[in-house]
Design a protein around this ligand. Structure first.
Ligand code: MRU
Length: 345
């Protein structure tokens, strides 16, 4: 079997996560693109480690992984509430993590007086449902988003929003896939996405796998490429969207929003409703994760800055709604002024 044939799948879709026989099979994204290495995780602590160290990453993907993590907790007879707390504490910005854990806890509460085997089965059913719904949402977003693109579109994107970042298919990347399937996508420019290089390592890997024409660019080439008139739209995912449409996504997305606005290019944010935080009015309330400075000074173990260089490494930024031409969810294309409740039809 080749590396590619060993990739996990769910509902016929390549997926970075699969639950099988009391364990989670996880594609270790820190090893891509060099190695396609599967991890077998059987303990909640291993799930938390994998999310924290970004072996699995992307807002929907970490939510789904945490959901399966709570199935493991039941498999192992662990206390569910502390297990949920340890998973929730791994990464603060993506609301999908909390959202998925809350769905699992609702099942737990509903089965308090039932036998452990029933609880375990119900948790697994709910985790599979969360996973399947995510793929379904992605396919819908793909269709809605592709309609926003002109025929022969050239699109700029950031980070990785593909199958790797989700339950399968992708969000902003799913729009690229759908547009490619419809023959209306000419070229993708993928920002490398410093410092963790999700664009260079992961999006480029997926674009190659899916045979979508692309060029990898350094993040700082974005302004120049827009000024050259080469970009029809910017597509980005999101980790948390406030009611007013302010959207947190990978650091650098705000920068692209400012640039796109300056050049008259639409920025579309593509995310499932599970990314909408209905409890917050604006982006000011979004917690922004700060990651270790070594990601900047010594990416992937290679020192590129003097020893003890001080750093600041926010992993996300918030793009104000005023810079977002539309937010695409599974229910359709939402235009400003945004009043997102998570129940849009
Ligand atoms: O730090 P990461 O790699 O988890 O950040 C991921 C992103 O910013 C994605 O754009 C976002 O989670 C949406 S993924 C469908």
């Amino acid at each position: 079997m080749t590396d590619m044939e060993r990739l996990p799948s769910f509902n016929g879709e390549f997926a970075p996560i699969a639950y099988r026989d009391g364990g989670i099979d996880l594609l270790d994204q820190t090893k891509l693109p060099g190695q396609v290495q599967m991890l077998r995780i059987t303990q909640v602590s291993g799930v938390a480690e994998a999310i924290r160290h970004m072996r699995v990453r992307g807002a929907p993907a970490i939510g789904i992984t945490a959901a399966y993590g709570l199935v493991l907790a039941a498999d192992n007879g662990d206390e569910i509430i502390p297990a949920a707390g340890s998973l929730r504490a791994t990464r603060p910005t993506a609301v999908n993590l909390t959202w998925a854990i809350e769905r699992m806890l609702a099942i737990f509460r509903g089965h308090k007086d039932k036998p452990l085997l029933d609880l375990r089965a119900a948790l697994l059913t709910e985790a599979h449902r969360i996973h399947a719904e995510d793929i379904g949402a992605n396919r819908c977003m793909g269709r809605h988003g592709a309609e926003l693109l002109p025929p022969g579109a050239t699109v700029l994107t950031i980070c990785n929003t593909g199958a790797l970042a989700t339950g399968g298919y992708g969000t902003a990347y799913g729009v690229l896939r759908a547009a490619h399937e419809q023959g209306r996508l000419e070229l993708v420019y993928a920002c490398e996405t410093r410092p963790f290089l999700q664009g260079a390592r992961l999006t480029a890997w997926e674009l190659k796998k899916d045979e979508i024409p692309f060029r990898l660019i350094v993040d700082s080439a974005a302004a120049y490429i827009m000024s050259a008139g080469k970009i029809d739209a910017v597509l980005a995912g999101a980790d948390r969207i406030a009611q007013n449409g302010d959207s947190a996504n990978k650091i650098g997305t705000y920068c692209l929003g400012v640039l796109a606005h300056h050049h008259g290019i639409p920025l579309y944010v593509v995310a499932p409703r599970s990314t909408i935080d209905t409890t917050i009015a604006s982006g000011e309330e979004i917690p922004i994760e700060e990651r270790p400075g070594q990601e900047i000074t010594a990416p992937f173990g290679i020192n590129i800055a003097p020893a003890d260089t001080p750093t600041w490494n926010p992993a996300f930024d918030v793009t104000p709604a005023s810079l977002i031409a539309a937010i695409v969810t599974e229910t359709g294309v939402h235009r400003p002024p945004y009043r997102l409740t998570g129940k849009e039809r």
